[in-house]
Design a protein around this ligand. Structure first.
Ligand code: ADP
Length: 192
């Protein structure tokens, strides 16, 4: 069993669903957004450097992101399946993940894309911002994040489709409904 990538625009529920799947299956979630936020909270050098980038809703440079993922990968046992959440987000990161995984004797099983319409994404993110106080979950920043996503991350859908690795999942409905669809898609990646 190899690793899987969860892809989807901001607000698509990648994080929520990844957390649920890892809890229920003993897998590990690797969320670059969470890793950056931990650095910001702990006020590390990296955290100070990336805070303005997250607040603006743009992407952290690939070299910084890839290095952080490389470090994190060191601590994950080989037998544990990883669910990547929010990485890769650019074509260069997609190339890097293959390299990073093969360095530690791992490989990808597949990519799951959570599809949610834009108006619902905006509404969800604004609700989350009010609930959790995430500084990039505001009406202004979400529009920027969606633009950055369309430009840099949307091309990854084709990248993985061409490789026969992509499974699309309807990301609307209740958390449970989406989880059921996702669980099936994740299982189907094993038998590829
Ligand atoms: P969301 O998917 O809702 O945007 P994340 O927590 O995944 O939330 O990401 C929050 C922010 O962290 C992004 O807007 C970006 O600034 C930064 N970030 C996360 N992952 C990456 C990545 N792979 N490459 C560059 N920047 C990233």
């Amino acid at each position: 069993m190899g690793d899987i990538i969860f892809m989807g625009p901001p607000g698509s529920g990648k994080g929520t669903q990844a957390q649920k799947l890892v809890r229920e299956n003993g897998w590990v979630q690797l969320s670059t957004g969470d890793l950056f936020r931990s650095h910001i909270e702990a006020a590390t050098e990296l955290g100070k450097r990336v805070k303005p980038i997250l607040d603006a809703g743009t992407y952290v440079p690939d070299d910084i992101t890839v290095e952080m993922v490389r470090q994190r990968l060191r601590d994950i046992p080989k037998e544990t399946r990883i669910v990547f959440d929010g990485f890769p987000r650019t074509i260069d990161q997609a190339k890097a993940i293959d390299r990073l995984l093969s360095e530690v004797g791992r490989g990808l099983d597949g990519v799951i894309y959570l599809d949610v319409p834009r108006n619902e994404l905006i509404a969800r993110v604004i609700t989350r911002g009010k609930r959790e106080g995430r500084s990039d979950d505001t009406a202004r920043v979400i529009v920027k994040r969606l633009d950055v996503y369309e430009q840099n991350t949307r091309p990854l859908i084709d990248h993985y489709k061409q490789r026969g690795m992509l499974r699309e999942v309807d990301g609307t409905g209740t958390v449970e409904e989406i989880a059921t669809r996702l669980g099936k898609a994740a299982e189907a990646t094993w038998s590829r």
